[in-house]
Design a protein. Structure first.
Length: 278
């Protein structure tokens, strides 16, 4: 039937650059149906339905659900439309906040990577560090098979990687200072991550890295292992400067598998809280 008062599905779809299948989908879901179907099964839309479809297409571009659209089309209540817009406005505010956070994080990462080449490698530094809340893993015994140790690490990192969006995190390893410097081998350690309220940690082991004076060294660490000579220099520095250990060792990976495939190029920052003895 050719009638200037009606659109065929193909004609109406063409006006919006959509497929006829989409019109059929809307019909099956009782969102938008043709005005009538003739005895041969041909479907026809009245001209005024162009405007209804305009509403549907526009709201779908705003990612409004079909359920919400259906409810609105039944009443076309202006207050309902305002609520739809308000809800989308709040969603966009959150998205903007997330994008600004990501943009800032990317800039920080670029700056950090640019500065790696200028780090004062192998120099013993003293610096004041602020208090920080960390989430510790359970103690990881060196005696455990490597796969078990890997599972503990991975489970501790799971809230980061299972989060719906990218999350910046500070991750590292904690060792007993006396064992680290004076024993032949390390028996256990903890993995830690900076506390983040967005991450879904259930009953995390919270540990406060205290504010205070820290001895720090930027150095190479193949597979995370700091050279014995660096350890000996630190012990010597502590004795010569009337310092003493206060707490454990914090080892922060700076350059690792993310930015190099060569273990000899891996870098860490070793931090140890110290106090003067007099």
């Amino acid at each position: 039937m050719k009638d200037s008062r009606y659109f065929t599905p193909a004609e109406l779809a063409k006006l919006f650059g959509i497929s006829k299948q989409l019109l059929l989908y809307y019909d099956k879901n009782d969102i938008f149906s043709p005005e009538f179907v003739d005895e041969n099964g041909y479907r026809f839309y009245v001209l005024s339905q162009y405007f209804t479809l305009q509403i549907i297409i526009s709201l779908r571009k705003l990612d409004v659900s079909l359920k919400e659209i259906k409810a609105y089309l039944k009443s076309k209540d202006i207050n309902l439309l305002k609520n739809i817009y308000r809800n989308k406005q709040q969603e966009y505010k959150k998205q903007i906040e997330e994008l600004l956070y990501l943009e800032k994080t990317m800039q920080q990462k670029i700056s950090f990577l640019n500065n790696i080449a200028n780090l004062p490698l192998n120099q013993i530094l003293l610096e004041i560090q602020e208090e920080e809340c960390l989430y510790f893993s359970e103690a990881i015994s060196i005696k455990k098979p490597i796969k078990q140790r890997m599972n503990i690490l991975a489970n501790h990192m799971l809230p980061v990687f299972s989060h719906e969006s990218f999350q910046e995190y500070l991750m590292g390893f904690h060792y007993d200072s006396k064992e680290y410097f004076y024993e032949d081998r390390i028996t256990q350690y903890n993995v830690f991550i900076s506390a983040n309220s967005k991450l879904n940690y259930k009953n995390p082991i919270k540990f406060i890295k205290e504010k205070g004076l820290y001895l720090c060294v930027y150095c190479n660490a193949q597979y995370g292992v700091v050279d014995t000579q660096i350890k000996e220099r630190i012990v010597k520095f502590i004795k010569q400067n009337n310092l003493r250990f206060h707490g454990g060792i914090y080892l922060f990976p700076l350059r690792n598998f993310w930015s190099t495939s060569k273990p000899k190029e891996e870098l860490v920052k070793l931090c140890l809280r110290v106090e003067y003895t007099d």
